[in-house]
Design a protein around this ligand. Structure first.
Ligand code: GTP
Ligand code: SPV
Ligand code: MN
Length: 585
């Protein structure tokens, strides 16, 4: 396709002059091109074929062992003013970032190919879709972008001769962790990423554009870019309710979006609209309408089985790039939590054969990259150009204690407080220690492209603009008993919490007020067919006032970080919580 967009051509020329690739390839997004990319990687060893009989079109990629997750400490918001990045982001002055990375990018593609990857975030022809262009020297990134986005000519057509696009320059560099920088220039709507080939660091449509840059664009334009799955719940009357849910990385979004309802016979089914990111706009009806900007899933593999997530298993059966899983001699991928025991001999994610058994065989953040259209539970509305109308927003985290199974906010403002004070144990999705409890507001701590305090204000403002706002909730599938066992079975059974939320939205379900919000009244949860000890249920719904008084103190410290950017309304919510707790048992 002829490139008629002058600024695009100019930017590509500038990047080529800087990086000095041997050749430049403009990706058209065709099947034939994808096959060529795969062949190049098979030849170079970047991909290993899996059993083409059992897993047609499936390959294994082993990333560099020092490059297996997002790097939050190497991720920067390069706004002109440091204050605009806020206390939760790393900041670097734009000039400093530009000169530092210009030196790194200089000549970095010598002897290599530069791929120009045009891509569309959002359904084709949607008024909410946006164009990005990623320049990369990684065939793995180019191939992954074809799965994860609508890539190639389709994006160039949408761009036309003068449309706007978000440019992103990426090089794997020398994969030196000390020379790894993921830089965002929110005012310029520009991304520069150097030194990583992994996931959210390198597939620039995802976290860097669709969340960090898009959150800044959305604030300026009156919409929302959120780290949320989107799902469709059908009830026995055939009515559909759409939920968006924000859980931190590796805390259950993909699983909830794809859940198989144990209550299908009773008429409750779930369909998938998106598993990671929601772009939401206010409709003429005063409701919030969400599109999934992505076209594929970059999902966590460990823990996925026919038992826990059969839809994900079916999705990754074919045409999937696996990253950092283990593999048997006959090309069958394996990971911790798969239904079958490990085959022997097994080659671990680092390529060591046989697997010693001392460390996990698959990396805890190993992933599958697969087209969304392959998901058996994909909703017939997943590519609707106007999106789907959201009736419930769910926040959630991974908390062994304190937080009940499900809570409904008293109103929007209180719901924003629940989101702003969310906490969760860290996971392998980012480098650093796992299992450390941290506040992760709206699951956006690593992804908000501007000051988090201003982001809270923006949420409050959106609530005022929505004449028909969604109800807000908080869930926790991960509460544990004294012996460290999960109290709640999770996965498909989570539909029971969704059904209660759906009933609340419809003005029917029964709730009991607690100091922290409304929990299901005794017997309000549909538990038919579930073998759950009455004690476990009681504990799952317990709000312990003493624990929560300690929690309130921690929330005060959390809020203190935001200084005078903290909206007064949220400080008032904390005061109200303390008042309610003071009179509680
Ligand atoms: P990102 O892709 O990093 O954003 O993660 P995610 O939020 O989509 O998380 P995902 O659904 O991939 O789940 C992460 C891990 O949590 C997997 O190992 C799942 O098996 C596990 N998990 C998901 N849902 C549940 C649940 O309801 N209960 C329990 N116990 N584990 C769960
Ligand atoms: C996450 O960490 O939230 C992910 C994976 O979805 S990554 O694309 O690497 O950010
Ligand atoms: Mn995610």
């Amino acid at each position: 396709m002829k490139i008629t967009h002058a600024r695009l051509r100019q930017w590509v020329d500038e990047c080529a002059a800087l990086c000095q690739p041997d050749t430049i390839h403009w990706c058209d997004g065709s099947e034939q091109e994808y096959r060529w990319l795969v062949q190049e990687m098979l030849d170079s060893g970047a991909l290993v074929p899996l059993s083409q009989e059992i897993h047609p079109g499936c390959y294994l990629h082993r990333s560099h062992p020092n490059d297996v997750a997002r790097v939050e400490n190497r991720t920067f918001i390069c706004s002109r003013r440091e204050e605009d990045a806020g206390p939760t982001n790393n900041w670097m002055a734009p000039d400093e970032a530009k000169s530092l990375l210009t030196a790194l990018f200089s000549g970095c593609m010598q002897g290599r190919m530069m791929y120009v990857v045009p891509y569309l975030m959002g359904p084709a022809d949607s008024p909410f879709a946006r164009v990005g262009i990623e320049i990369t020297d990684s065939a793995y990134v180019a191939a992954s972008m074809r799965v994860m986005t609508r890539m190639g000519d389709i994006a160039l057509r949408q761009l036309g001769e003068a449309g706007s696009f978000v440019p992103g320059l990426h090089s794997v560099g020398e994969l030196d962790p000390e020379r790894r920088y993921i830089c965002h220039f929110p005012e310029e709507r520009l991304i520069w990423s150097y030194g990583s080939g992994y996931g959210g660091n390198a597939l620039l449509g995802k976290k860097t554009f669709a969340l960090r840059i898009a959150s800044a664009i959305a604030r300026d334009e009156g919409w929302m870019a959120e780290h949320m799955l989107i799902l469709e719940l059908s009830d026995p009357a055939g009515e559909k309710t759409y939920f968006a849910a924000a859980f931190p990385s590796a805390c259950g979004k993909t699983n909830l979006a794809m859940l198989v309802s144990p209550l299908e016979e009773q008429g409750y089914t779930v369909r998938t609209v998106g598993d990671d990111i929601a772009w939401m706009h206010i409709g003429d009806d005063g409701r919030l309408w969400a599109v999934n900007p992505e076209a594929g899933f970059f999902g966590v593999v460990p823990g996925t089985s026919r038992q826990t997530n059969p839809n994900a298993m079916a999705t990754m059966q074919a045409n999937t790039i696996f990253t950092n899983v283990a593999v048997s001699d006959d090309g069958i991928p394996w990971w911790e939590g798969k239904d079958e025991p490990p085959p022997t001999p097994l080659t671990d994610w680092k390529g060591r054969r046989p697997w010693s058994g001392e460390e996990p065989a698959a990396h805890p953040n190993s992933r599958f990259t697969a087209p969304a259209a392959q998901c058996p539970s994909i909703s017939s509305h997943w590519e609707d150009v106007q999106g789907v109308p959201i009736s419930g927003i769910i926040f959630g985290g991974r908390r062994a204690h304190v937080m009940p199974l499900v809570v409904e906010a008293f109103d929007w403002r209180h719901g924003v407080f629940l989101g702003a004070t969310m906490a969760s144990e860290t996971t392998a999705a980012a480098t650093g220690a796992s299992g450390v409890l941290r506040r992760d507001p709206m699951a956006m701590l690593p992804f908000c492209g501007y000051h988090m305090g201003d982001y809270f204000s923006y949420w409050l403002k959106m609530g005022k603009r929505l004449t028909n706002p969604p109800c807000l909730f908080h869930v926790n599938w991960f509460r544990k008993d004294e012996d460290g066992r999960y109290l709640w079975p999770g996965f498909g059974e989570n539909v029971r919490a969704l059904i209660w939320m759906r009933e609340r939205i419809a003005g029917r379900g029964q709730a009991t007020p607690t100091p922290i919000g409304l929990v299901p009244a005794p017997d309000a949860l549909l538990l038919e067919g579930l073998d759950l000890a009455p004690d476990a249920l009681r504990e799952l719904l317990t709000v312990d006032a003493a624990e929560w008084r300690t929690e309130a103190n921690d929330i005060e410290r959390h809020f203190a970080r935001f200084g005078d950017h903290l909206p007064q309304a949220l400080a008032d919510e904390l005061t109200s919580l303390r008042v309610r707790l003071a009179t509680a048992k």
